[in-house]
Ligand binder design. Structure first.
Ligand code: A2P
Length: 286
C-alpha cells in the first residue's frame, strides 16, 4: 500500500491528504463497517458530522480498530441548529460524547448561516481547552467567507466545499491561498457522476497509468493541494481510492485537467432560503 501524504495547516497541525467521508452512510452498522474497512485499508482520516447522524459508529470503529488514537485524524462538524456561543458549546460537547473521544482533530462550522461568529468563539474556547485541535469552516463561497471570516479572531485552517474537475473553485482558491487555508473537497468524484468518470481525457489517463478513472480524478485533486474525502461503501473502491500515491500526473496533464472546469457544481450556498431548507431537513436534536 502506498502511503498517503500529509498537508501542513496554517495552525501548524498536519492533515492527511485523503480522508474517508461518511456522508449519508447510515448509523445501522454500515458506518461502523465502512470505517472499519477504511482503517483496515490504510485510511487514517475520517470525516463525519453531527448532521450525518453516525458519529457514534465512527467513534466505535476508531476505538475498536486498535490503532493508537493519535494516528487517526477525526473531523466532525457543528450543525446549524447549534450556532451561537452557548448552543455551540453544547454542540461541541455532544459531538465529543457521541464519538466517545477526548478530542477532535478538526471541527468545522458545517453550514455558514446564522450566528457563525458566536459558534466560532465557542470553537476557539474548545480549542484552548484541548477538546478541538484545528478549526475550520465549510460551504463558504468567496462572498460568505468575506462576510464572516473578518469577524473571527483566528483564520480557519480549512474550508470544506464541493470540488471536482468539473467544479474547480478558482476564485475561492485564490482567496484561501492568501491565508494558507486548505481547501477540502466534498463530492471529489462528482458523487459518482458518470460524465466525469467517463470523460475521454480522464479515461485516456486511466489507461496510460493503469489506474481507474476515479483514481485519476483523485490524483489530480491531491496534486492541486486539495484534501479529498471520497466516499464509498464498496471495499474494493475504498481500497482503490487510497491507491493514488504511486504515480504522478505530468504538468501538461494537470493543465489539461484544469481545462475541464465548468465553474459550476450541484450546490450553491448562496441560494436564498438555503439555511431554512437545511434546518427543516436535518435536526440533530429537538
Ligand atoms: P460506492 O459506495 O458504491 O463505491 P463522492 O465521494 O464524490 O461523493 O462519490 C461517492 C459516490 O461515488 C458513491 O456513490 C460511490 O459508490 C461512488 N464511487 C466511489 N469511488 C468510486 C470510484 N473509484 N469509481 C466510481 N465510483 C466511485
Amino acid at each position: 500500500m502506498a502511503s498517503a501524504t500529509s498537508i501542513l495547516l496554517n495552525d501548524g497541525n498536519t492533515i492527511p491528504a485523503i480522508g474517508f467521508g461518511v456522508f449519508m452512510v447510515p448509523n445501522d452498522g454500515s458506518t461502523y463497517a465502512a470505517v472499519t474497512e477504511a482503517l483496515r485499508a490504510g485510511y487514517r482520516h475520517i470525516d463525519t458530522a453531527a448532521a450525518y447522524f453516525n458519529e457514534e459508529e465512527v467513534g466505535r470503529a476508531v476505538k475498536d480498530s486498535g490503532i493508537p488514537r493519535e494516528e487517526i485524524f477525526v473531523t466532525s462538524k457543528l450543525w446549524l441548529q447549534d450556532h451561537g456561543l452557548e448552543a455551540a458549546r453544547k454542540g461541541i460537547d455532544a459531538s465529543l460524547e457521541k464519538l466517545g473521544l477526548d478530542y477532535i482533530d478538526l471541527y468545522l462550522i458545517h453550514q455558514p448561516y446564522g450566528d457563525v461568529p458566536g459558534a466560532w468563539r465557542a470553537m476557539e474556547e474548545a480549542r484552548t481547552a484541548g477538546k478541538l485541535k484545528s478549526l475550520g469552516v465549510s460551504n463558504m463561497t468567496p462572498n460568505i467567507w468575506k462576510s464572516f471570516v473578518p469577524q473571527f479572531d483566528t483564520v480557519p485552517a480549512v474550508n470544506q466545499v464541493e470540488f471536482n474537475p468539473f467544479f474547480q473553485q478558482r476564485e475561492l482558491r485564490e482567496l484561501l491561498a492568501k491565508d494558507k487555508v486548505v481547501l477540502e473537497a466534498w463530492f471529489p468524484l462528482g458523487h459518482g457522476n458518470a460524465q466525469l468518470l467517463k470523460n475521454p481525457l480522464i479515461t485516456a489517463l486511466a489507461e496510460k497509468y493503469h489506474k481507474n478513472a476515479g483514481q485519476i480524478v483523485l490524483r489530480f485533486e491531491v496534486q492541486e493541494g486539495v484534501v479529498i474525502l471520497p466516499k464509498s461503501t464498496n471495499p474494493s473502491r475504498i481500497a482503490s481510492n487510497l491507491d493514488i500515491f504511486n504515480f504522478e500526473l505530468t504538468a501538461g496533464e494537470m493543465e489539461q485537467l484544469r481545462g475541464l472546469d465548468t465553474g459550476r457544481g450541484t450546490h450553491n450556498p448562496e441560494t436564498p432560503g438555503m439555511a431554512e431548507m437545511l434546518l427543516a431537513n436535518y435536526k440533530v436534536h429537538d
